[in-house]
Design a protein around this ligand. Sequence first.
Ligand SMILES: [Zn+2]
Length: 228
Amino acid sequence: MTVRQRPSPNFGPRMVGDRVNLVILHYTEMDSAAAALERLCDPGAEVSAHYLVDTDGSIWSLVDESKRAWHAGVAFWAGETDINSRSIGIEIQNQGPGRDAEPFPRQQMDAVSLLCQDIMMRHRIGPGGVLGHSDVSVGRKVDPGPEFPWARLAAEGVGLWVDGAARPELDENRALAALRRIGYAMDAPMTTLAAFRLHWVPEVAGDAPLDPLTMYRLETLATRMAGL
Ligand SMILES: [Zn+2]
């Protein structure tokens, strides 16, 4: 795994100790990795990430992992609000839903998978610690979006995925309790349910009524997250 250096001035100290327990995945929503690198290194933009992965699998390091990069913004997960201090941020070159001829090509995902596995091993982060920006900034961000191959990565130990199906009883209160146990912000529960589906039930519309597949994956994930 070759990692090229492109230092960004956009970082600060981690504010809540050195413990890193999350990896947050983003897409750039820009036309090219070159344009994204420009922006992530522009002091005026005040945004950055630790890494950027291009469509051909090239990996760029922008901010040292010991520093706090500025990728998550206003965010929440499992009681924490300073997600930037707790996480490694990875920007993935992608123009946004429906805009790339081949979104998230295999060689790009090979690189993302290896990079995440390396980070997870060094920081002792379990599979449940790999999340999308859409998970930690509910209602404000949708990246890495509905086309992101979460299932493929989970098969390699990067993130969690639920296969199979059952026909559980639908219970809205239990569904919301599961969302909270997984780690989501619950200020606007229906928006949170949509964010959950974007990541873990992409085959169901975000605003659909509660359905058995969503219920099953919610409760299965809540149980697996609690065991990590
Ligand atoms: Zn993002």
